[in-house]
Structures are given as structure tokens and as C-alpha cells.
Design a protein around this ligand. Sequence first.
Ligand code: PRP
Length: 195
Amino acid sequence: MSIPEVPDVSGLVTEVLLTAGQIQTTVRDLGARISADYAGRELSLVSILKGGTFFLVDLARAIEVPVTIDFFGISSYGADRHSGVVRITKDLDESIEGRDVLLVEDIVDTGLTLGYIRRALEARGPASLRTCVLFDRPYRRIVDLPVEYRGLELPDLFVVGYGLDWQQKYRNLPYVGVLNPELYDPSRTRMPWQA
Ligand code: PRP
């Protein structure tokens, strides 16, 4: 059974911002750039749980040099997303000392998550450490950090799909769509992720 490019979303999203085809084209382009940059080397891909996993799998298949994959998890920010207080919920299985490491993340907003993880991984002595993000909201950045491989910019809307969730759901949509505001409290003046 084939997955339609734009499925019948039945009120879940009000607009499809990025089709599955557009996303896959971007992933392939990123994979080609990474393959060229790391030609003749091996690469350790580190994905951030949970949203980054969907991108990781497709990106790994678009990279032509040998790769290993590993996963890193940190807790949400709790009551204050900007507190900088985080907890490692899943550490890497393998050492990255002396390895070429590419952090793979679905989205960077404030940069707090990636900033923390970059610092944590740099302390482990990788030969190199770069970052690849599929989606970016650069206008929301609080922490300035290098992003060597960047896919697509997203508008300041609550979107779901391709790793991005609402209440842990809808990550598995093959496209990115704007979540129907009727599904969350329409009287809210702040976006759900700002709570
Ligand atoms: C999302 C995303 C990044 C982070 C980006 O994760 O996957 O890790 O937010 O935001 P920032 O740049 O403002 O730190 P989330 O905390 O929603 O967890 P999830 O990956 O499990 O969805």
C-alpha cells in the first residue's frame, strides 16, 4: 500500500506546509552534501530523542559513507524551558572519543537543547562535531550555535509531523502540517509549546 503524498488529514491540520516529497528531497540534498564532505571517512550519527529519530533514519539512508547511529536523550525543561536545567535520560551506548560526530536533530528553535548537547559531547573528545538540523526557526534563537547543515525554515506556527509532535502524537505523519487550533484550547494566547 502506498502512502499518499498529502493524506486525508480530516481536521487534524489546517494546511500542509511541507509535503513528504519536499521533505525527502531536502533530506537527500543534505545527505549528498554530508557524503561529499566526509568522503573517505566514517561518521557517527547521534540523534536526539525523540523527534530527531525520524530524520535520522532517512538521513542515514541518504549518506554514502559508513555511518554508525546512537541516541542521546535529555529531559524536557519542566516548568521553565529556559532554566537550562536538564537531565540525561538516555546516554550514548558508544564512546565518541576520536570520532567524527554529526548531531542529527529535527528542529532548532531557541538552541538551548542543541547548545547543551554540543557542550556535553564536546567534553568527550570527538575528532570533530557538527550539527545537522532538518527544520529551523532562526528568529526564535536564544543561544547562538553553529549549524553546519540546515534544511528548511519553518514559520512561527504550531506544526506537527515528521518527528514534530503534539502531546507525543503525530510524529509519524510523513508531511509537516499546521495543527488545527480547534484541537487545543482556542482561548490560549500563547502557543502550546510556550506553556
Ligand atoms: C524539540 C526538538 C529539539 C528541541 C528544540 O524537542 O526535538 O530537541 O525541541 O528546541 P530548542 O531549540 O528551543 O531547544 P522536544 O523538547 O519537543 O522533545 P521531543 O524531541 O521528544 O519532541
